[in-house]
Design a protein around this ligand. Structure first.
Ligand SMILES: NC(=O)c1ccc[n+]([C@@H]2O[C@H](COP(=O)([O-])OP(=O)(O)OC[C@H]3O[C@@H](n4cnc5c(N)ncnc54)[C@H](O)[C@@H]3O)[C@@H](O)[C@H]2O)c1
Length: 435
C-alpha cells in the first residue's frame, strides 16, 4: 500500500511584530501555508508588498519569504487555520499594571472565527495563570470545551531581536522552547508542531502555568542581575574602581559566575515590563516580590543617573548644563534595531530637557526622530555626548573624531568606548561605573 503524503497544516499568526513576523517567515520557510493577521493596516500593506515594516536582520536576510505570508486585516482568515499563534503585545500601564486587552481581543477574534479542533498557542509573554484565569473563561462563555472543541497551549518566545553579543547567533529558528497546555492532546499537538518548525529541543512542561512562569523567570533573572551590576557601578564609581574591568576579571572564574554589564538602563518590550507581570500576579496571591521590585527601581533609576554623570562632567568643565548642546547618540533601546519601546534614551532626553540642556538626537535607524542628517552633522551640533546605543554604524567613530568635532565631554552609557584614548585627547569621560 502506498503511503499518502500528509498535507501540511495551515497556520495563522496573530500580531505581525518583532515576534510574530519572524515566526510567520520561519513557518512559511518550513513549508506551511501561512496567514498573518494584524490590526495595523499599514503593517499589513507593507508585508503584502514584500517590505518589512521594521528593521530586523532576521527578516532582512529572509525577505523572500515575506511573499509567502498571506497578510490580512480580515479576521475571517483565522477560520482557515489549524494552528493559530498569538503574538500580540503585553505591555504595562503607567502604574506598571499588566494590560491584557490585546490578548483578550485576539482571543475573542479566534473564538468568533474558529475552526473546529484548532490548536491555539499563546506566544506573548504572560504571567502564570493568564491562560487559565483570563483566556479559558472566554472560551467557556462561548460554550467551547477545552481539549475537545479547541486546544490551548503556551509556548513563550525567547528571541532577542538584532544581532548582538547577547544573541550569540540565536534566533527564532534555533532557540530551545518550552510548551505547556491545558490538555494532554493540546500538549502533544503543540510539541509536534514546534518540533517541525524549530531546530532545537522542545521541552514539555507539567502544566501551562509552568510554561508561563518560565518566561517571566528568565526575564526577571536578567533584570535582577543587571540591577546588581548597575548598583555596583554606582558604588564603584565612588571608590574609583572600573566595574567593567572587575566583571571581566570575575568572569574568568569558570563556574558559578555569569557576567552581566551595567548601562544607562534597560529597555525594550521584555526586561523592563515582564517582572511587573509576576510582581502583580504574586501580589494578588498575597506575596510581595521585594527583590524584583528593588531590581526594577534600580534599573529605572539609571537614565537619570546617566544624566547626573553628564552634569558632573560639565561642572568640571565649568559649563552649565542649561543651554549646552548635549548629543544623544543612539535612541533605540539596543544595537542595530529601530525599536524605541521603553528605550532609556527617552528618559535621558526628558531628564536633559528638565535641566535645560539643548538636546541633539541622532539614530541612523530612526531618522524620523533625529535632529541631524548624519553622524558628522550630529557631532558638529553637539558640545557633549551621551553614548546610548552602540549600533554597528557607530563602530568607526573613535576618540580622534570626537576631538575633531570639538566634543568636550562624553558619558559612555554602554561602556564600549576607549576611555583611555578619549581622556588622552583631553575629553572628559565617564562610563557607567568607570571613569
Ligand atoms: N520583542 C521582543 O524582543 C520579544 C521577545 C520575546 C517575547 N516577546 C513578547 O511577544 C509579544 C509580542 O511582542 P512584539 O515585540 O512582537 O510586539 P509588537 O508590538 O512588535 O507586535 C505586536 C503586533 O500585534 C498587533 N496587534 C495588537 N493587538 C492586536 C490584536 N488584538 N489583533 C491582532 N493584532 C494585534 C500590533 O499591531 C503589532 O503589529 C509580547 O508579549 C512580548 O512581550 C517580545
Amino acid at each position: 500500500m502506498t503511503k499518502k503524503k500528509q498535507s501540511k497544516k495551515t497556520v495563522a499568526v496573530i500580531g505581525l511584530g518583532y515576534v510574530g513576523l519572524p515566526l510567520a517567515i520561519l513557518t512559511a520557510k518550513k513549508g506551511y501555508p501561512v496567514y498573518g493577521f494584524d490590526l495595523d493596516k499599514k503593517k499589513v500593506e507593507k508585508i503584502k508588498k514584500n517590505i518589512s515594516p521594521f528593521k530586523e536582520e532576521f527578516i532582512e536576510e529572509r525577505k523572500q519569504f515575506l511573499s509567502k505570508i498571506n497578510a490580512s486585516t480580515d479576521p475571517t482568515i483565522l477560520k482557515k487555520a489549524d494552528v493559530v499563534i498569538v503574538c500580540v503585545p503585553t505591555p504595562v500601564d503607567e502604574k506598571f499594571f499588566p494590560i491584557f486587552e490585546p490578548l483578550i481581543s485576539a482571543t475573542e477574534l479566534i473564538i468568533n472565527n474558529r475552526k473546529p479542533e484548532q490548536l491555539i498557542v499563546i506566544e506573548s509573554t504572560i504571567n502564570p495563570g493568564v491562560c487559565e484565569e483570563v483566556l479559558l473563561p472566554l472560551f467557556q462563555k462561548a460554550n467551547l470545551v477545552d481539549g475537545k472543541d479547541f486546544f490551548l497551549a503556551h509556548c513563550p518566545e525567547r528571541i532577542n531581536p538584532g544581532k548582538d553579543a547577547v544573541s550569540k547567533g540565536y534566533n527564532v529558528s534555533n532557540i530551545a522552547r518550552v510548551v505547556g497546555s491545558t490538555s494532554k492532546k493540546g500538549l502533544l499537538l503543540a510539541q509536534n508542531f514546534y518540533s517541525s518548525v524549530i531546530d532545537a529541543p522542545i521541552k514539555a512542561m507539567g502544566s501551562i502555568k509552568e510554561a508561563e512562569a518560565c518566561k517571566v523567570v528568565e526575564n526577571s533573572f536578567r533584570d535582577i542581575n543587571i540591577a546588581f551590576v548597575n548598583e555596583l557601578a554606582k558604588s564603584f564609581e565612588k571608590m574609583d574602581i572600573d566595574v567593567k574591568n572587575v566583571i571581566e576579571g570575575a568572569a574568568t572564574k569558570p563556574f558559578a559566575f555569569m557576567a552581566h554589564f551595567p548601562s544607562r538602563g534597560v529597555g525594550g518590550h521584555c526586561i523592563p515590563v515582564d517582572p511587573y507581570y509576576l510582581i502583580e500576579r504574586a501580589r494578588e496571591s498575597g506575596f510581595d516580590h521585594k527583590f524584583l521590585r528593588v531590581a526594577r527601581e534600580i534599573n529605572n533609576s539609571m537614565p537619570a543617573y546617566t544624566v547626573e554623570l553628564m552634569h558632573d562632567l560639565l561642572n568640571e568643565l565649568e559649563m552649565p548644563i542649561k543651554g549646552t548642546s548635549v548629543g544623544v547618540m543612539g535612541l533605540s533601546y539596543k544595537a542595530n534595531v529601530d525599536d524605541l519601546r521603553e528605550s532609556p534614551a527617552v528618559k535621558i532626553i526628558e531628564e536633559l530637557e528638565k535641566k535645560g540642556a539643548h538636546v541633539v538626537r541622532f539614530d541612523p535607524y530612526i531618522p524620523s526622530m533625529s535632529d541631524a542628517k548624519n553622524l558628522n552633522d550630529f557631532l558638529k551640533k553637539s558640545d557633549a555626548l551621551i553614548f546610548v546605543t552602540n549600533h554597528k554604524a557607530f563602530s568607526s567613530v573613535d576618540a580622534k573624531t570626537f576631538k575633531k568635532f570639538g566634543i568636550r565631554a562624553i558619558v559612555d552609557g554602554v561602556n564600549s568606548l576607549d576611555k583611555e584614548k578619549i581622556k588622552k585627547l583631553g575629553i572628559k569621560y565617564k562610563g557607567i561605573g568607570r571613569r
